[in-house]
Design a protein around this ligand. Structure first.
Ligand code: ASP
Length: 440
């Protein structure tokens, strides 16, 4: 049943200056169902600019080092003052700033300081829209161990939202059981938006940013990649894990349990439909075979060979135990009859190569072992792959035709992704080749 409520979250670039505030207000006012708004702190206005959150973290570092925050604090204050003045609003945040400065000088916590970016921006936006302001500390809670307290939050926040027709809620933070402020990890306003959407029982969670949806490939490597129309939560997880950065990693979970779709939209092009992120999308023969491509550099490959490896019970277990004992997690584990390769993050293994190799030799006596860095992984993701024959072939054809040697292949068990490992220097070339093979 429809609730007639949309929760909308605006990212830092959408609230970086007065011009963007106006666009945001137009978007909100054009649809009365957009009742609850989650705001980020002002982001960058251009590539040389600094995010308010970053400046706040600097304030914390400066006070810790016993240095003055006067200059940077003034820059932060001026950013808000300018937004207020350019919007021709008649109010001042002077009192808030005095309180915050005092708190910083009295060694307020790092999270409290960082959270003030969204706190202040949400106040400005609420006044501009004529909406109520709900402080996130009143309805978003963490447990004693610092993990997010989903159920307590949902209950309390639902009750709070019911009392408001329209409201703005600052993103990024909540409160600990002792009342102190704690933030989510960076980009956490996406998560707040999702939490609010669940608590409001919204029909949709609109996440407004500066791109027209989730792109099929990274625009730094592929020219003008298309935006994805519909993507499932699972596909998005695969793509984000492999480096596609659209939403905060955990932002899908609160709405997912509530069955609420997310719509990624572009504040600067509100007529674009953006990307719908949904629980299930029917596999469609007429749509693209692949949904998106993403990838990451910085992996190492451990190659092990041993005659008759396939007969040796416990071989894999012992090798993985060595990794576990050295605190190295593995990403992929493609194996052959007498060979096994393990992909791990270079960062995790770099200082432990000798000891890992020694222990593996000691426990499983391989005929050959090597650990090489410089591997990039590329994930080709698509729910429609199950129906398509020859998808893997086309991935390999694209790599071969661009002269790239594939070092590793792994097909996820759900037949939703094919992952290949290539040398880092081949990364861009093969990404472009795969994109052109599948997207026209
Ligand atoms: N302002 C915070 C950050 O820069 C949170 C957010 O924008 O989502 O990480």
């Amino acid at each position: 049943m429809s609730s007639g409520i949309k929760v909308v979250k605006f990212g830092g670039s959408s609230l970086a200056d007065a011009e963007h505030f106006r666009k945001v207000a137009d978007i909100i006012n054009s649809d009365p169902e957009r009742r609850f708004v989650v705001a980020s702190a002002p982001g960058k206005r251009n590539s040389d600019d600094e995010k308010v959150t970053d400046m706040l973290y600097k304030c914390y570092d400066l006070t810790r080092n016993g240095e003055s925050i006067d200059n940077i604090f003034l820059c932060i204050k001026r950013r808000y003052d300018k937004i207020i003045k350019d919007l021709k609003m008649d109010f001042s945040l002077d009192n808030e700033f005095s309180k915050i400065k005092l708190a910083i000088l009295h060694h307020a916590g790092r999270d409290y300081i960082a959270s003030r970016g969204e706190y202040l921006n949400a106040i400005v936006l609420s006044k501009y829209l004529g909406y109520d302001f709900i402080d996130a500390e009143k309805g978003i809670f963490f447990c004693e161990d610092g993990s997010f307290d989903a159920e307590n939050t949902n209950k309390t926040l639902s009750a709070i939202l019911e009392k408001h027709k329209n409201a703005v809620i600052p993103g990024f933070y909540g409160s600990m059981p002792n009342g102190t402020i704690k933030t989510f990890t960076r980009g956490g306003s996406d998560f707040t938006g999702s939490v609010v959407a669940r608590a409001a029982r919204a029909d949709i969670y609109e996440n407004w940013t500066d791109v027209s949806g989730v792109l099929m490939a990274d625009p730094r490597y592929v020219k003008n990649p298309r935006a994805i129309d519909v993507i499932t939560y699972k596909e998005l997880r695969e793509l984000s894990y492999m480096g596609a950065s659209v939403l905060h990693d955990e932002a899908i979970f609160p709405v997912r349990v509530a069955g609420i779709p997310i719509n990624i939209r572009n504040t600067n092009r509100p007529a674009d439909k953006g990307t719908m992120i949904v629980q299930n999308a029917p596999a469609n023969k007429n749509s693209d075979i692949i949904t998106g491509i993403a990838g990451k550099k910085g992996f190492s490959i451990i190659v092990l060979e041993k005659d008759m490896m396939n007969n040796e019970i416990g071989f894999g277990k012992k090798v993985l135990e060595v990794l576990m004992n050295n605190n190295v997690s593995f990403e992929h584990l493609p194996s052959g009859i007498d060979a096994m390769s393990i992909i791990v993050s270079t960062d995790e293994i770099k200082d432990k190569k000798l000891i890992v190799a020694d222990e593996i030799k000691k426990y499983v006596h391989p005929d050959y072992i090597s650990i090489d860095d410089g591997i990039a992984l590329i994930a080709v993701v698509g729910r429609n792959m199950v129906n398509g024959i020859g998808t893997a072939y086309r991935v390999f054809k694209a790599a071969a035709e661009s002269g790239v040697n594939i070092k590793m292949i792994d097909q996820g068990s759900g037949e939703m992704n094919i992952i290949i490992g290539v040398k880092e220097e081949d990364y861009e070339k093969v990404l472009q080749a795969i994109y052109s093979e599948f997207v026209h």
